[in-house]
Design a protein around this ligand. Structure first.
Ligand SMILES: C[S@@+](CC[C@H](N)C(=O)[O-])C[C@H]1O[C@@H](n2cnc3c(N)ncnc32)[C@H](O)[C@@H]1O
Ligand code: SF4
Length: 376
């Protein structure tokens, strides 16, 4: 098969080998009331999806759901070809008891990295955040996984994701240190949760933290030697806010600028293009040659990407011109106000001089009368 340049591939694919989860975390991005059942990827569908690997720079085995609940997780791991393993990554809650076979497969997987969700090492806080999980099960998995990884040269790096909230914020410096010293952490990612409309408002009120408290944490963490990063989903650019304000699908389609070119693939094998704001769905199961189909789509969409970048740059230019115009108007208004003040000052001065002159004239007339009286 031909070798493609990085720029000729999809940046990533958001794939999930399952469509469900063993937990129901109160902050979960998934609206579970709208998700029915579970469709673990079948071997046949997975084989088809794997044919796309040469077209991808990065391949999520799981991002929205929980991969370890796949009934054949170990076989799924074994199916991934060696030459593409370095682009594989996934996120797990590590809360389902893992078999020794799965741990062994992961420890020699040569994957890019694995994210472990870890909101607290305090069992009560952990179980409150990870509804349905048992801390002892999680901890047993973590200990066995890190033991196996520390003895394996082809074990993937481990990263930890923590959802910041009122109940774990005091624990964060200790948690980061603990992960680095005892659980092979190469990076701790701290996040605020995306307040999706389906998330219970009472829960949000009970868990939200102030910017002041967050800033205090940043100053503590800046003194620490460990690697960490903060992902702030609330931090929107001017363009994001402009895009959010657009109404109507048509306008959204015109102004949509994807942050990357990607595929969203469900465990049932339904593929969507995450980089365009229209929603065609492709069933990979019905394709004889998915590689050729998605390669063709990619080459067409590089033109869309150029158009999207151009539109964004025109929008930013327009914003720049509007700002400049506002500055000129503000400067002109200041100049007019200065001129009006100068005129008012001059009028006051003229008025004062006129008054002085009148007083002097009156005094002069009084003196003349006095003089005339004396002469008489
Ligand atoms: C959607 S989960 C799926 C993987 C797995 N079930 C887990 O929780 O680790 C992927 C990551 O997103 C985080 N997450 C879930 N809901 C979120 C939200 N509302 N805002 C930000 N991150 C969220 C989770 O904590 C986890 O680290
Ligand atoms: S473990 Fe992950 S997918 Fe499952 S409910 Fe929690 S955040 Fe959602």
């Amino acid at each position: 098969m031909e070798t493609l340049d990085k720029s000729e591939k999809y940046d990533l694919s958001f794939f999930d080998i399952t469509g469900n989860c063993n937990l129901r975390c109160p902050f979960c991005i998934n609206d579970w009331s709208a998700i029915n059942g579970s469709t673990p990827v079948s071997e046949r569908t997975f084989e088809k999806i794997l044919t796309l690997l040469p077209l991808l720079n990065s391949f999520y085995l799981s991002c929205y759901f929980e991969p370890t609940i796949h009934p054949d997780f170990e076989s799924i791991l074994k199916m991934i070809p060696d030459e593409h393993r370095s682009k594989v990554l996934f996120t797990t809650n590590l809360s389902k008891p893992l078999s020794d076979g799965v741990i062994e497969q992961l420890s020699k997987s040569s994957f890019n990295y694995i994210n472990v969700s870890l909101d607290s090492l305090n069992p009560a806080v952990f179980e409150k955040m990870r509804r349905g999980a048992r801390f002892d099960v999680f901890y047993d998995n973590l200990r066995r996984l890190t033991d196996a990884f520390s003895g394996s040269p082809s074990a993937p790096p481990l990263r930890y994701i923590t959802i910041l909230n009122k109940h774990n914020i005091d624990e964060i410096p200790g948690l980061i240190e603990n992960c680095a010293n005892n659980y092979l952490s190469t990076m701790n990612e701290l996040r605020t949760f995306v307040a999706m409309p389906h998330i219970d408002k009472g829960w949000i009120a009970d868990n939200d933290i102030t910017h002041g408290r967050r800033d205090k944490l940043w100053s503590t963490l800046s003194e620490m030697p460990h690697k960490w990063m903060y992902v702030d989903y609330d931090n929107k650019t001017e363009y994001d806010r402009f895009f959010d304000s657009l109404d109507g699908l048509r306008k959204k389609q015109v102004y949509f600028v994807p942050p990357f070119i990607g595929l969203r693939i469900t465990s049932a094998g339904i593929v969507q293009l995450s980089h365009i704001c229209i929603e065609p769905k492709f069933d990979i199961n019905k394709m004889d040659d998915p590689y050729s189909v998605f390669k063709e789509i990619l080459s067409l969409h590089s033109l869309d990407m150029d158009r999207a970048r151009e539109i964004k740059s025109l929008h930013n230019e327009k914003q720049g011109i509007i700002k400049e115009k506002d500055t000129i108007i503000a400067d002109k208004d200041t100049a007019i106000a200065d001129r009006d003040t100068a005129i008012a000052d001059r009028d006051t001065a003229i008025c004062n001089l006129t008054n002085d002159k009148d007083t002097l004239t009156m005094e002069k007339h009084a003196l003349i009368s006095e003089k005339d009286n004396l002469t008489d």
